[in-house]
Design a protein around this ligand. Structure first.
Ligand code: ZN
Length: 278
């Protein structure tokens, strides 16, 4: 995950946990109804990979340049790109384990507790040219949630949080390594420029979407790793994670549930005799 995207993602948390909390200045943080973590992952795991398009693009600085059809089309192409490279590398090296694959490719993976020189919450990052940091504070908080009701069933026994994060960061290395040919880097859009000048720009979110598809394929997960955005944030702030859940559900065209919501009620039993109840 890029630093920028995570910064944006965790802004509400950073502001809540470390920021202007206690001071009376600044905008009031919205409050979200806290859901059990099991409800959040249950619903989010049902969202098909392509339906994450609008959520993913909502973090893209050039989001306004696209309509929904284009967002969806680009998302599908980014997913195909991520899968293609996952299979290519898995075949070439005869392994799918992201951690082993990363080491085989010469990356240096380490597991510090937290990022240095920042108070921000961060789960993982790729540093050029060849370093991947997996921050264990967030991973441990995530692991502690794996036993919550509904979570094991939704996330499946396949999930290994560190391997999922390594797979995502490994894709950022892959992008650098294949930057002349990989679609997420060769795809450009034309931005306005005066006269005969050209101003072509890459679209950063395509690399994020492909990184999610890449790690999904390597880890053999049946759901989109975007679920982890909300799940790992839950370890720090159930309320911020619930806000993300609402946003993710709405952007995927679904209705967020409220806690204690009854399952859809069965139709009331009809009085078979006809006539109104007295
Ligand atoms: Zn990333």
């Amino acid at each position: 995950m890029t630093k920028e995207r995570l910064k944006e993602l965790l802004k509400p948390i950073a502001e809540g946990l470390f920021g202007p909390q206690g001071t009376r200045r600044g905008p009031v943080q919205p409050h979200y109804t806290v859901r059990p973590v099991g409800m959040i992952v249950e619903d989010l795991c049902r969202i098909p990979e392509e339906d994450w398009a609008k959520y993913a693009f909502s973090r893209e600085p050039l989001n306004g340049k696209f309509n929904d059809e284009q967002r969806r089309d680009l998302t599908c192409r980014a997913i195909a790109c991520g899968r293609e490279y996952a299979e290519k590398l898995a075949d070439r090296y005869g392994m799918r384990d992201p951690e082993k694959l990363a080491r085989k490719l010469g990356l240096k993976v380490d597991f510090p507790d937290m990022p240095q020189n920042t108070e921000r919450v961060l789960f993982a990052e790729f540093r050029e040219p060849d370093k991947v940091h997996i921050y264990m504070d967030g991973v441990r908080k995530g692991r502690a949630l794996l036993g919550e009701p509904g979570v094991p069933h939704a996330l499946t026994g396949q999930l290994d949080i560190t391997k999922l994060l390594i797979g995502h960061e490994l894709f950022h290395w892959v992008e650098e390594h294949y930057k002349k040919e990989i679609w997420t880097r060769t795809y450009k859009i034309e931005l306005w420029a005066p006269g005969p000048l050209h101003n072509r720009s890459g679209v950063a979110v395509l690399g994020e979407i492909a990184a999610m598809a890449f790690t999904k394929a390597l880890n053999n997960l049946p759901y989109s790793p975007y679920v982890m955005d909300a799940f790992l944030v839950y370890g720090y702030s159930p309320e911020a994670a619930s806000g993300l859940y609402e946003e993710m559900m709405q952007l995927a065209g679904r209705e967020p549930r409220l806690p204690q919501a009854e399952p859809p009620a069965a139709l009331p039993e009809r009085d078979m005799e006809g006539g109104e109840a007295r």
